[in-house]
Design a protein around this ligand. Structure first.
Ligand SMILES: Cc1cc2nc3c(=O)[nH]c(=O)nc-3n(C[C@H](O)[C@H](O)[C@H](O)COP(=O)(O)OP(=O)(O)OC[C@H]3O[C@@H](n4cnc5c(N)ncnc54)[C@H](O)[C@@H]3O)c2cc1C
Length: 473
């Protein structure tokens, strides 16, 4: 067996890549694994080869700097590699990785989990139609392929991402039919004191808004898209006015469009942390369920560290600093001297977090939003389960996400619950009259990502298969 690495870092976004860089700088043998080909994560996603010559944006230049630093370091960077299993072994931690169609094992003394976030999309009628795309998902499409989601797009969602996406669509030549956000102008005014801590980011937000206003894009404050209509693809959307807790009140407008971006905030991607055995707790101000992690990235599991949006949605700047902290902590665990380096980062981490958490507070869905789903709305896309079917199962006694999963297979499809389980947990909670924090996500099970059986079976000839003797009659 190959010599174990000192540190394996899962995730090459701002958090993971910075953790790997810090640890490698201190002389640790580091492997960094990510299912994307290049470092940068969601926010600093690399452009695809076909559009490399396109003009730089703040995201591409930050990403290019990071990728340069990684390529000049001694980090072993495994791109296009999906971690599907995590286990504790006598040497430390073992990761099963799907890479090049084969499953490989990597062993390291310490593990840094930097798995980031995923977006929450509130299910609404018509959200499964072709032409509907996640709001955060749209940023991936635009960054990687410089392609707007359609010709005429309604952009709907909470927090700052809705304005970024709308302004990017315009920059790439698309038309924004409307911007729809459940936030009110007063919500934004309330966030101003925290936003002032990052004038550079506040200025960017003002530029997006000015662009939309100059182009006379209608902005619907305290509204949501309540119905996406079309036969085989999106043809129009209905927009509804929301109450203070985001309960839909009445439909106010129909807007024609061929595409819709929908998103209702980000949630920490937890499944790797859960599989490793980290305890989780409910913290709505951090985006939902989060693992218990100290501010220097250490956890109560020996040799496991975690950083970035996976421990709470604080944004890219905080993820970068938290990554450094976790990298230093992991290096310290392997016996390196880090002196006072961590102390110098705590104040910067607090300042960056303050801005990120204010944006998260704007994005977290309020309870009324759930009412956008009608009885026939599909909530589990993989198994085509409607709200009514789920409700029936819950009313029949299923009181947890695990129970709904074993009863109806909700969360057992290819997405492994990544799309549906937050909405299902909220439905369980509201139906049973429980707090959201009383209904945790379902237990994480391998594989974390789909694995073809051929990757596990390897190459074999049928003639080599042992054929058992016929049983005696
Ligand atoms: C789709 C999406 C788009 C976003 N776009 C923006 C944006 O435009 N602007 C902005 O300010 N914020 C954006 N965010 C928020 C942004 O992700 C964070 O603030 C920031 O990137 C957090 O950095 P991170 O390193 O913690 O996580 P990430 O950047 O998310 O990095 C986590 C990495 O872990 C990898 N990973 C996770 N699990 C596995 C696994 N099992 N196997 C292999 N690899 C794995 C992922 O591929 C990813 O590259 C977006 C979030 C999402 C979900």
């Amino acid at each position: 067996m190959a010599e174990p690495f000192d540190i394996a870092v899962l995730g090459a976004g701002p958090a993971g890549a910075n953790a790997a860089l810090e640890a490698s700088r201190l002389g640790c043998r580091v492997v960094m694994i990510d299912e994307q080909s290049h470092a940068g994560g969601q926010v600093w996603r690399a452009k695809s080869a076909a559009v490399l010559s396109a003009p730089e944006t703040p995201e591409t230049s930050a990403g290019n700097q990071l990728r340069k630093a990684v390529s000049q370091s001694a980090i072993a960077h495994l791109g296009d590699a999906r971690v599907w299993q995590i286990e504790q072994v006598p040497e430390g931690w073992s990761l099963q990785i799907l890479v090049g169609g084969r499953s490989e094992t990597i062993i390291a003394k310490a593990l840094v989990l930097a798995t980031g976030a995923r977006e929450f999309v509130q299910p609404i009628p018509g959200w499964t139609l072709p032409g509907v795309i996640g709001l955060a998902g749209a940023t991936s499409l635009m960054k990687q392929a410089l392609m707007p989601p359609g010709h005429r797009t309604v952009v709907s969602g909470s927090g700052p991402l809705v304005f970024f996406v709308a302004s990017e669509i315009r920059r790439l030549g698309g038309t924004v039919a409307a911007v729809v956000t459940p936030n009110s102008r007063m919500d934004w005014i309330g966030a101003l004191p925290s936003m002032c801590r990052r004038p550079d980011l506040m200025w960017r937000g003002m530029v997006w808004m000015a662009d939309l206003m100059l182009a006379r894009v209608p902005i619907f404050w305290r509204h949501a898209v309540s119905d996406v209509r079309g036969e085989d693809a999106v043809s129009s959307v209905q927009i509804s006015k929301l109450g203070p807790d985001w309960t839909p009140l009445r439909t106010v407008k129909t807007v024609t469009s061929d595409s819709v971006c929908l998103g209702n905030g980000l949630i920490p991607a937890l499944e790797a942390a859960q599989l490793a055995g980290l305890e989780i707790t409910h913290a709505p101000e951090l985006g939902g369920w989060v693992p218990k992690v100290a501010k220097d990235g250490s956890t109560n599991l020996r040799g496991v560290f975690m950083c970035g949006d996976g421990v709470g949605i604080r944004g890219a700047s905080a993820a970068e600093i938290h990554g450094k902290l976790a990298g230093l902590s992991a290096a310290e665990f392997t016996g390196k001297q880090v002196g006072l380096q961590k102390n110098r980062l705590y104040a910067r981490y607090a300042a960056a977090s303050s801005f990120g958490l204010a944006m998260t507070a704007l994005s977290v869905p309020r309870p009324g939003l759930e009412k956008l789903a009608t009885p026939q709305t599909i909530m589990c896309r993989c198994e085509s389960l409607s709200r009514d079917q789920l409700l029936h199962e819950i009313e029949a006694g299923a009181a947890s996400t695990n129970a709904v999963k074993s009863g109806l297979r909700a969360g057992m499809g290819p997405c492994g619950g990544k799309f549906c389980q937050t909405a299902i947990a909220r439905l369980v909670a509201s139906t049973k009259g429980l707090e959201e924090g009383a209904v945790p996500p379902h237990t994480a099970r391998p594989p974390l990502r789909p694995v073809p059986v051929s990757a596990l079976a390897g190459d074999f000839a049928y003639s080599d298969l042992p054929i058992p003797k016929p049983a005696p009659l």
